[in-house]
Design a protein. Structure first.
Length: 483
């Protein structure tokens, strides 16, 4: 063990020139001192006060597994070290072949707080934390049913991190579940750091250059519960305040909890706004390059004159203009994410207002390009999942580059390749563009593009699991009126 400084060796009772009857070992940095006093030291001291033989108390620990969360282990250095690193204290007794390990861990976790990434206007205000037991308890608090299954795995040769699969028996896709179980058992890592690290190994096997996320990362228990009840599977990793949902589709990545807490019409409107933001982010830079460099005759002459007037004095072609502003936008986005919240807003103001105005006044870019950059930035901020937002921005750069020599034809060709690629990829066997690519238009219009009233999509979709097909998630008692 390398003689760690936090290793405590406590003789029971304190030795005075003679060998102790028992020795208590624990790491003080990850154990609860109050539990050690209550469960070990006080019984031993009480035995001493009553003139009892300490070996009898030691045997009580060993033979009866006292306390209740104790277990007997082999008296081997490797076995004892493993228990110590898990936050347990180990009791060694003279003359006994076994040792007792009791969980007295005290990990320094933060309390449950409001979501920091997936904000919502209404709805629950709790989010996952770094303690996997607390995360499972949030889910069990919402689903109190015997069909909620929690499977446990241990990943990491050095970290030995606990990993849980959470799903609903009777609704889960068994093919997806078997793939997850097999790939988790086949995963061989030294140290597991985050949920996304493990999820990427599961879906991409660590070899793919696919920019689109094939799993959905979330920190909201309410979102997890809604997904589990549709047949999806949750991956939880200890020490990580997020979970990963499998399988994932493009439409699922554009859904938020607010869509279901708002009235149906309002939820549909907000969801359509997000898709409009996607179209602006993906196509607007390339269209600007096309109409200013290749396809001059597409728009009316008055609009083209306005564009030409805004670019008066700009010393380089439009595509250089687009690349400069898009690069500046990415720098501002990255700075806003990485900087502390106290000065993050200042960086946005400096980058967006001061630099943008100065660039336009110095005729390095046109005024219309400033408007387009602002529209692209706002459109990219409407995405509900940051990972897929980055993927769409990469595609936007590709379409802008194709528009330089071929104009709108290049955008059409690039869009076709993006669509073919999205049709090709799958998330653990589920098509990424479901329900469109699987021709399930009923599910698409019920709860993917639109958000119909609850009674109009009371039957679960079959996108994620055929076992959930036709099952009801909402029903009225017989004889009641429909609200």
């Amino acid at each position: 063990m390398g003689n760690p400084t936090d290793l405590t060796v406590h003789p029971l009772p304190p030795a005075k020139g003679t060998d102790p009857e028992a020795v208590l070992l624990y790491l003080s940095s990850i154990t609860d001192a109050s539990k050690i006093r209550e469960w070990f030291l006080q019984p031993v001291l009480s035995a001493l006060v009553h003139n009892q033989d300490i070996s009898d108390v030691a045997e009580l620990f060993v033979h009866h597994g006292f306390p209740v969360n104790g277990s007997t282990i082999e008296k081997k250095v490797s076995a004892i070290a493993l228990q110590l690193y898990e936050g347990k204290c180990v009791l060694l007794v003279n003359g006994q072949q076994k040792a007792v390990a009791v969980d007295v861990s005290q990990w320094h976790d933060r309390s449950v707080t409001a979501p920091e990434i997936e904000h919502s206007i209404i709805g629950p205000r709790d989010a996952f934390v770094e303690d996997i037991a607390a995360n499972v308890s949030m889910i069990r608090r919402r689903i109190r049913h015997e069909n909620l299954i929690v499977e446990s795995f241990e990943i990491g040769n050095k970290s030995r991190t606990q990993v849980n699969l959470v799903y609903m028996k009777g609704l889960v896709n068994h093919q997806v579940l078997e793939q997850l179980q097999q790939r988790l058992q086949a995963t061989n890592l030294d140290v597991l750091l985050d949920t996304t690290q493990l999820a990427d190994l599961i879906v991409n096997k660590g070899k793919s250059f696919n920019p689109f996320p094939l799993f959905q990362v979330t920190e909201r228990p309410d979102k997890v519960v809604a997904s589990i009840m549709e047949g999806r599977i949750l991956l939880l990793v200890d020490t990580t305040p997020t979970g990963a949902l499998f399988p994932a589709t493009v439409t699922a990545l554009y859904q938020t909890t607010d869509d279901y807490y708002f009235p149906a019409l309002s939820g549909t409107f907000i969801r359509i706004v997000r898709y409009v933001g996607l179209l602006i982010t993906l196509f607007l830079p390339g269209i600007y390059v096309s109409i200013t460099s290749v396809n001059y005759d597409v728009l009316r002459i008055q609009f083209m004159l306005a564009v030409a007037a805004s670019r008066e004095g700009v010393p380089y072609p439009a595509y250089i203009e687009v690349l400069i502003m898009m690069t500046l936008l990415e720098l501002i986005n990255e700075a806003t994410v990485r900087l502390p919240k106290v000065i993050g807003g200042t960086a946005t103001i400096v980058g967006g207002l001061i630099i943008g105005a100065s660039v336009a006044q110095s005729h390095l870019v046109g005024n219309i390009m400033i408007v387009i950059t602002g529209a692209v930035a706002i459109g990219s901020f409407t995405v509900a999942n940051y990972m897929i937002g980055v993927a769409w921005r990469i595609c936007s750069y590709a379409l802008a580059l194709l528009a330089i020599p071929w104009g709108l034809n290049g955008i059409a060709i690039g869009s076709a390749f993006i669509l073919l690629f999205l049709c090709h990829i799958k998330s653990l066997g589920v098509p990424y563009l479901s329900p469109l690519s699987t021709w399930q238009f009923k599910d698409f219009f019920k709860d993917m593009l639109f958000r119909l009233p609850l009674m109009l999509h009371a039957i679960r979709p079959s996108i994620y699991s055929q076992a959930a097909k036709g099952t009801k998630r909402l029903s009225l008692q017989e004889g009641e009126d429909t609200l």
